[in-house]
Design a protein around this ligand. Sequence first.
Ligand code: SF4
Ligand code: SF4
Length: 412
Amino acid sequence: MKRREFIVSSALAIGAGAILGGCGSKKDQKTASKVVRRKFQNITTPLIALGCMRLPMSDNKVDMVELDKMVEYAIEHGANYFDTAYMYVDGKSENAIGEVLKKYPRESFILADKCPAYLVKSKEDVRKLCLEQLKKCQVKYFDNYMVHNINKNTLSNYRDNNMYDELMKLKKEGLVKHVGFSFHGDPKMLKEVINEHKWDFCQLQINYLDWEVVNADELYKIADEAKVPVIVMEPLRGGVLCNLPSKALELLKQECPNDTQASFGLRWVAQKERVFTILSGMSNFRQLKENVDTFINYKKMTEEEIKTGYKIAQIIQSQGAISCTACKYCMEVCPRGINIPGIFGLYNMYKGSNQNNKNFLFVYNYNALEESTKANNCIECKLCNKNCPQNLDIPKLLKDVEKEIKKLEKEV
Ligand code: SF4
Ligand code: SF4
């Protein structure tokens, strides 16, 4: 396939902004089916976007061959929105996606990046960080640029350093096209933040589990009432909704036999009309293809299917799973290198399983973790809690997991 034979698909573009393109041969470009798009400001965006938080890895490096293949398929099928951030993949995400995208005309893809609020100690830092990020991504502008992760700990960084005003200056200079914020706080805080400025968009964590058992419904309602377009993050809750407990999986198969776990979760958030794109972290070509194909053949959910989401959420909640999204932010600050998301992931698998040997499997898999990264090494310094966007009390949960393991070790 000749990558350079690029044709801009002007028929699908609205306005002069992001233009949907392709990267395959001329024949492929004419015949490749495209994902559905939604209007956003004066452009359109694909309903599914590649979140670059969990890129394909090999030997602790980003697998550039796999990533290249993923980006090629995504662009060819109109999924030309890419979302990265300063700290994703231990700081390697921006360089990696920039390296892959540099072969495509800039107007053929939409690139979103985020200013890490926790690193902003003065208003000058905003511009400094943005210029550094543009360089890492090898682009002259970001289509969407946002204050990253406003929460109870970063609210003062965002406000005291006038981050909104600084972002608007970047917009005036043409270094960014639209300004927004990503959010991990409570509804009261969102109401304040969303109404204190004129935002182009906001990025919220929405999925059927958070909708039913946390407060995603309230967050969405606030954005909807403020008429601020929404980008969805964590639509599959860091993979939790792709590893459903057996009982929930049976229900899904019975009520939505044509869906996979991922397609169900993605379609569920897509029915929200204020949503203009859904970010999904994808770590291999198979996942990307499955997600892109879901939005090529996109079918809006029926009321019955929407209700199935609530039923599944209730099953998950009744299993006592820990609501960790495996974002790894906690691990950036843990002085003991505890494998927090790994431990919580194993625990959730154990809780959701109805296999006869689930106790044995949990103990076996837990003991396979590197000794120094296990829960008993936690010194309860609580540094991790400050970084957790899900507001989990991590040391307490680690203690609970350790207690459970000890109990099971005596039984198996
Ligand atoms: S409380 Fe435990 S898990 Fe959290 S940062 Fe401290 S040592 Fe690491
Ligand atoms: S415990 Fe919190 S910070 Fe750590 S990986 Fe899970 S969600 Fe992210």
